[in-house]
Write a protein that binds this ligand. Structure first.
Ligand SMILES: [Zn+2]
Length: 375
């Protein structure tokens, strides 16, 4: 170790004591320390509004969160009975984790009256601490009624559910459809071929089985437009990060949408950085950070890609590429989920005041996290 001046040594000690990782001391001014924006979120604390965790993996989830500046994580959607098992496990962790409730639509197959019972199920879930209702992509793509008929998202039978959500003043989250490529023929020419090979059930290319992507997104938008008092948390940048123009129109047309960024940094970073910057700047009050980091019982997933247990280094790399996209103007680096398309991304270098909203303020406000002592 090189000899340190007294001041350098004082700085270094302060760094260690506070537990903050700083990149070091600049050569010209030993007093000036600088965050490495490729490695550390500028706020040093972030809310992840889109992760998945089950009762068995809570400790592991907290460990990874702690190692990567994630102060609070929203478990975005846990179904039926699993929700009931999960909530007691986080009763003493409410300043770290929250959860949204999701319906077990399979119940409709055997229970003609399921849609009538669903609003009460939601009400009970909210009473038990749910921060909202999550609709997974099965709604619109595969959920069928008791006659085996595909259910549209704007089906009149579902209206009482949205009415109940409005009455309860609770957030409704939608993960509707999937990337454009998942609806295109599953061949080696498909730009997400590798990913689909790993997850064959993510392909919705078969038109005899699955509806058109745009028509399902339209069904979702119909519900959003009909329930103006509900705030809709549209996961994965409202599932249209491929097209920033359409996304921008949606955001203008539907002021009750907020989006999370989870598992779409690959698509976002593919656009010219100036276009990305413009979108983030314009909608800075309505964008929330998210990763889609999954902590399942039998394996973990970093947004997409293989299911395994990740090393600390692999996780650091995963989270750091998120910070790097948002905080730097670096060019042509790996996105967090390289399996989601074989290309590099360009960072958009947002200013600190916008980053603060995306990492923290927007989610904090929407989910009223003050009530749980989140800080
Ligand atoms: Zn997810």
């Amino acid at each position: 170790m090189k000899n340190l001046t007294r001041r350098e040594f004082a700085n270094l000690s302060a760094t260690v004591v506070s537990g903050t990782i700083l990149t070091g001391i600049t050569a010209c001014n030993p007093n000036e320390t600088k965050l490495d924006l490729r490695k550390i979120p500028i706020t040093k604390k972030v809310i992840d509004t889109h992760l998945h965790v089950v009762p068995e993996t809570i400790d592991r989830c907290l460990q990874v969160m702690d190692e990567n500046f994630i102060r609070y994580g929203l478990n975005i959607g846990i179904r039926g009975e699993s929700f009931d098992k999960f909530m007691p496990k986080i009763s003493k962790l409410k300043n770290r984790l929250g959860a949204m409730y999701a319906f077990d639509w399979d119940l409709w197959k055997t229970d003609l009256k399921f849609p009538e019972k669903a609003p009460d199920l939601l009400e009970r879930a909210v009473e038990n601490g749910a921060l909202g209702l999550k609709n997974f992509k099965d709604l619109g793509l595969t959920v069928t009624d008791n006659n085996g008929k595909l259910v549209k998202i704007d089906d009149p039978r579902l209206m009482p559910i949205w009415e109940k959500a409005q009455q309860l003043n609770t957030v409704v989250a939608f993960h509707t459809t999937d990337p454009v490529a998942f609806f295109e023929p599953w061949t080696p020419e498909n730009e997400r071929w590798e990913e689909l090979e790993l997850h064959p059930n993510w392909s919705f290319a078969d038109r005899s089985k699955y509806p058109e992507r745009n028509s399902v997104l339209e069904q979702r938008n119909n519900v959003i437009k009909s329930f103006k008092e509900i705030t809709f948390h549209c996961a994965h940048v409202a599932n249209n990060s491929e097209n920033l123009n359409v996304l921008d129109e949606w955001m203008d047309e539907m002021p009750n949408i907020v989006v999370d960024l989870s598992a779409r940094f690959g698509e976002l970073g593919r656009h010219p950085a100036a276009d990305g910057f413009r979108f983030f700047e314009k909608h800075q009050e309505r964008i929330m950070f998210g990763t889609d980091r999954m902590f399942w019982k039998d394996g973990e997933v970093q947004g997409a890609g293989p299911s395994k247990i990740f090393t600390k280094e692999e996780d650091n790399k995963f989270y750091q590429s998120h910070w790097r996209y948002l905080q730097t103007t670096d060019k042509q680096f790996d996105h967090p989920t390289p399996i989601q398309g074989n290309w590099k991304i360009n960072g958009i270098g947002l200013p600190e005041e916008i980053l603060k909203k995306i990492y923290w303020d927007n989610a904090y406000k929407l989910y009223n996290l003050k009530q749980f002592g989140v800080r």
